[in-house]
Design a binder for this molecule. Structure first.
Ligand SMILES: *[C@@H]1O[C@H](CO)[C@@H](O)[C@H](O)[C@H]1NC(C)=O
Ligand SMILES: *[C@@H]1O[C@H](CO)[C@@H](O)[C@H](O)[C@H]1NC(C)=O
Ligand SMILES: *[C@@H]1O[C@H](CO)[C@@H](O)[C@H](O)[C@H]1NC(C)=O
Ligand SMILES: *[C@@H]1O[C@H](CO)[C@@H](O)[C@H](O)[C@H]1NC(C)=O
Ligand SMILES: *[C@@H]1O[C@H](CO)[C@@H](O)[C@H](O)[C@H]1NC(C)=O
Length: 952
């Protein structure tokens, strides 16, 4: 029968109608059914724009808006951007001749009705940009004619079904920005018809299946924004398909590291594109195509590095989206000037133009790019003077200008870039003195390279500020004078290159403190005196002292023991050394022995004193930390993240940049940090402001409280950093799991500015779930972890929500461990160090008795619960004197609650009885007398009960 059907369906329309006419009535869908179905669909929708006003009996339904018929049956339903709100009626399944459903950019919510799988003729389904929830309907493979399945930007969850591989005609799977989880089924690789696969910004993980490599027709693949491990190693080749020009809904083009060849298709219609990445291909095109992106107002990242692009940058660069933050054209053949208008792109943070043929000056307008942190312009033909445009670029951390034609003095305004990690001005024609302002930038830690210029004068003594620097290259300049003794402060140096200058004097013994030095090149200077023997006790792997005026004995130890590692040619009067060096033996051997004994006389006391210092230091450290400061930091966490150094955290937070700040707390600021591992793991880093009294204590408190416990509703501490910063000051930070949805406070008090208007009000069920989460977290703290932990500072700011809106209790800076307390007594208290906590949430007895207790946490919880359902902070102007939030709610119970509850709550959705019960819990927890408060385990079971009943 199925075969017969297929056969008949392929016949001309005429036979097709005959068939439908003679089918038994039960399965007979006709135009009457279609009309009724459409009306049913309309009736389940709100239509504020009147888009469906033509859907009435006065017109035949085939003339209704958005309907296309063939033979009086609906074949296409097209209602994009119509402002429609509501569920998609299951009656859609009765429109049995539908081939196209296009409902994108509306406000559909609820699940995709499973009846959609009855639409066996369906070819194009476009539901993008709605709020559909739930999982994909089962048996989707029944829609065996499906060509395109587009569901981008919805809230669809569940896993991606294997079944999709049974759709023999599928060309496009557009699922990006949903809530899918799990793996990409390898069976997707069996859909050989597939041309577009977009799974970006879902929550998928695991390996990207190799089978995707079998998708030979694939033109567009987008997997970014997930948690995939493994690498994309695809081998796409040939030109970029022209069809991209029409894909006006594309948000990302990520074709990095393939073998696409040019030219670049017209991009004018891609107005929604956010990321454009063609990096590492073989594309030949000139740069005029930038003009075609000027209507793409959402463009954030433009990356076309490592191709064969040519031509010059068009002036229309200035009209690119103002939100562009990454502009990367490195390793191409682009020539001409940098357009002035680049200064319009004020949100740029990464600019990489290196390895091109660009010429002319750096436009002064670039001074407006105050967010830049990476500026790579090396290996071009840029020239002129280096303008003093760095005054505002305070975030700049990596700056490369090497291999250009710049001349004149280096602007001292670079000294404003106090976040610089790397500065490379090598191979230009810079002259004049080295600005001491640069040498004072103690943040520079990767490399400071001023080599192959014409710098004059002596090395500024400020060089001693570069205490974090790993590589310093001042070679091939015209530097005179002595090697400054302050260099001995640069204790992080691994590579030091001062060759080809006019340096004089002796090789300072001050360098002996550079214990990490691996390579040292002082060749082709005028250095005199002897070779200091301490060089033999460093870890040096390469030492070049050739073409100086060194004399005397060549040491034999360390680097001097290996002929291939040392270069001593062109010095007159050296002697000794290992035999292979073939220097003449030294004469006054006795005198050198004498020197040795003097050395020992100095060394032994130093060693003894040093040893003592270390013992004392260790002693104090131990005392301070009272044993192990953070004994339990997760071993898994330790594996994942290891211990962070200060430098790691500087890097991960963009130099603790303001744009990474997640919030400010009593003892410091919290930053979002992206760890440079395979997954770009996001964490939250709390940096303690050690100037604030008690901050150090709070670090310990939090370590102890959180280090040993794991609970779904407690923020997980993944690592700590107890170190010194680049200036040698103490530095303490705590590293937590990142919670994507921020604090409860933000959600309750819906700060439009902070959130960019992106917040939806929390539903009753969400609030109830969050309340239960918090209560469970507290219960675990109090009774679940062996020792009883008292949080001491519960408030909505300290409750964090993850991407699934699961609430976690965080910020344990005031926590206390009350060990050896009988859990049943509930009254356990610990003497506190004066009133802490936050006004409004601190229980009254903390002021009176000066002790903190579990029932104090319960009080704070009660206040939070009341706040969650009234949307009033306990510090609201309404309260004061005798009226607090507890009394305010209590006096409204039970009949006046409509007056006091959050007007955003959709109370129709829920019986008032539930709200009353919830508020009663809040009132009970926040009673003045601690003994009258409801115990937290009771709170948990009550809330769980209410939630269960609500869900029924
Ligand atoms: C249904 O189809 C029949 C014939 O195919 C036609 O006469 C009738 O007008 C149609 N009804 C509607 C509501 O379009
Ligand atoms: C039905 O739709 C037509 C076309 O939009 C419109 O002119 C007419 O007023 C509508 N009738 C009713 C009763 O809504
Ligand atoms: C269905 O959609 C496709 C793709 O958008 C289009 O090419 C086709 O013309 C549409 N068919 C109808 C009947 O609207
Ligand atoms: C792909 O199809 C082949 C042949 O039908 C089948 O053997 C294989 O199991 C399929 N692979 C997956 C991952 O489903
Ligand atoms: C941008 O949009 C305007 C107005 O729609 C149009 O006139 C112009 O041609 C477009 N430019 C490009 C490059 O697409």
């Amino acid at each position: 029968m199925a075969n017969l059907m297929t056969f008949l369906l392929s016949l001309p329309l005429f036979y097709f109608f005959l068939l439908t006419t003679f089918l038994p009535p039960a399965t007979c869908f006709n135009n009457q059914t279609d009309q009724l179905s459409l009306l049913a669909i309309k009736s389940s929708l709100q239509d504020p724009q009147g888009a469906l006003s033509s859907w009435n009996q006065t017109l035949p339904f085939c003339s209704w808006r958005g309907i296309q018929c063939r033979g009086n049956r609906v074949v296409a339903l097209t209602l994009s951007f119509q402002g429609l709100v509501g569920n998609l009626s299951p009656h859609i399944g009765n429109l049995s001749r539908l081939t196209n459903i296009t409902l994108d950019n509306n406000f559909f919510h609820g699940p995709i009705p499973p009846q959609i799988t009855l639409l066996t003729k369906l070819r194009f389904l476009e539901f993008s940009n709605n709020s559909f929830t739930g999982e994909l309907p089962k048996n989707l493979s029944q829609c065996h004619n499906l060509v395109q399945l587009a569901l981008a930007r919805n809230l669809i969850s569940g896993t991606i079904p294997n079944e999709l591989s049974f759709l023999p005609k599928l060309e496009a799977i557009i699922f990006s920005r949903n809530r899918f989880f799990g793996l990409i089924p390898p069976s997707i690789g069996n859909i050989t018809t597939l041309q577009r696969l977009s799974l970006g910004a879902c929550r998928l993980g695991g390996e990207i299946p190799e089978s995707l490599g079998r998708l030979h027709r694939l033109e567009f693949l987008q997997l970014g924004g997930n948690g995939f491990t493994g690498l994309e190693r695809n081998h796409f080749s040939g030109p970029i398909p022209n069809s991209i020009s029409n894909a006006s809904l594309i948000e990302w083009i990520l074709l990095r590291s393939n073998s696409f060849t040019g030219p670049i298709p017209n991009l004018e219609r891609l107005t929604l594109i956010q990321d454009f990445n063609l990096q590492s291909n073989l594309i030949e095109n000139d740069m005029s195509f930038i003009s075609s992106l000027t209507n793409s107002t959402k463009l954030e990242s433009f990356e076309v590095g490592e191709n064969m692009l040519s031509g010059s940058l068009p002036e229309s660069l200035a009209n690119l989206s103002v939100v562009v933050s990454i502009f990367d054209i490195h390793k191409n053949k682009i020539h001409g000037n940098i357009p002035l208008g680049i200064g319009n792109l004020v949100n740029l943070d990464v600019v990489d133009m290196s390895h091109n043929l660009l010429n002319g000056p750096i436009p002064v307008s670039m001074s407006k790019l105050s967010k830049l942190h990476t500026l790579f312009m090396g290996r071009n033909r840029l020239g002129g003077e280096l303008p003093s445009l760095f005054g505002n670029m305070t975030r700049l951390s990596r700056f490369q200008l090497d291999g250009n034609e710049f001349s004149g003095n280096v602007s001292s305004s670079l000294g404003n870039c106090t976040n610089l990690l790397e500065l490379d001005l090598s191979e230009n024609n810079f002259s004049g003195l080295i600005p001491p302002e640069i040498m004072r930038l103690s943040s520079i830690s990767i490399v400071l390279n001023l080599s192959h210029n014409a710098f004059e004068g002596s090395i500024p003594s400020e060089v001693g500020s570069l205490i974090n620097l790993a590589a310093l290259d001042l070679s091939s300049n015209r530097l005179i004078g002595k090697i400054p003794t302050s260099l001995s402060s640069c204790v992080s140096l691994e590579r030091l290159y001062l060759e080809e200058n006019f340096l004089q004097g002796e090789i300072r013994t001050g360098m002996s403190s550079l214990m990490g030095l691996l390579e040292l090149d002082l060749s082709r200077n005028n250095l005199s005196g002897s070779i200091p023997s301490f060089l033999g006790s460093l870890k040096l792997q390469k030492l070049n002292l050739s073409f100086n005026k060194l004399q005397g004995e060549v040491p034999t130890r360390g680097v001097f023991a290996k002929k291939s590692s040392i270069f001593l040619d062109g010095n007159q009067g050296l002697c000794g050394g290992i035999e292979e060096m073939m220097f003449p033996p030294c004469k006054g051997v006795e005198s050198s022995k004498e020197k040795l004994s003097i050395l020992w006389k100095i060394l032994i006391p130093i060693l003894i004193i040093g040893g003592l210092c270390i013992v004392i230091l260790i002693f104090f450290k131990c005392k301070e930390s009272n044993g192990n400061p953070c004994p339990f930091v997760d071993t898994i966490g330790a594996q994942l993240f290891m211990r962070f150094s200060y430098a790691d955290l500087v890097k991960a937070t963009n130099g603790f940049s303001e744009s990474n700040v997640l919030g400010f707390g009593r003892f410091g600021s919290v930053y979002k940090a992206i760890i440079d591992d395979d997954n770009d793991t996001i964490v939250a880093v709390k940096v303690l402001n050690l100037d604030v009294k008690g901050a150090s204590k709070s670090f310990m408190a939090e370590c102890r409280a959180l280090g040993g416990i794991r609970h779904r509703n407690l923020v997980k501490l993944v690592s700590v950093c107890d170190s010194v910063d680049f200036k040698g000051n103490d530095f303490k930070a705590l590293v937590y799991e990142f919670k994507a949805n921020g604090s409860l406070d933000k959600w309750l008090h819906n700060n439009e500015e902070e959130s960019g208007g992106d917040f939806k009000s929390l539903s009753i069920i969400q609030r109830l779930n969050i309340a239960l989460d918090i209560a469970q977290g507290i219960e675990y703290l109090h009774f679940g972890s062996g020792s009883s932990i008292i949080h001491g500072d519960l408030k909505p700011n300290n409750i964090l929500l993850d991407h699934d809106m699961v609430a976690c209790v965080g910020d344990f800076g005031l926590a206390k461990i009350a060990s050896n307390i009988l859990p049943s007594s509930c009254e356990s208290s610990v003497s506190s160090f004066g009133i802490k906590g936050t006004i409004g949430y601190v229980p009254p007895e903390y002021g009176t008795f000066g002790s903190i207790s579990m029932l104090g946490d319960v009080y704070s919880f009660g206040v939070i619960l009341l706040e969650m359902f009234t949307n009033k902070r306990p510090t609201n102007d309404l309260f004061g004197g005798e009226v607090n939030i507890h009394r305010y709610v209590n006096s409204a119970l039970p009949h006046g609650i409509m007056e006091i509850i959050d007007p955003e709550l959709n109370t129709r959705a829920l019986k008032m009885e539930f709200i009353v019960r919830i508020l009663k819990i809040g009132v009970s927890c926040s009673k003045e007398n601690p003994r009258d408060r409801m115990p937290i385990n009771l709170v948990v079971s009550e809330l769980a009960g209410i939630l269960a009943q609500c869900m029924n």
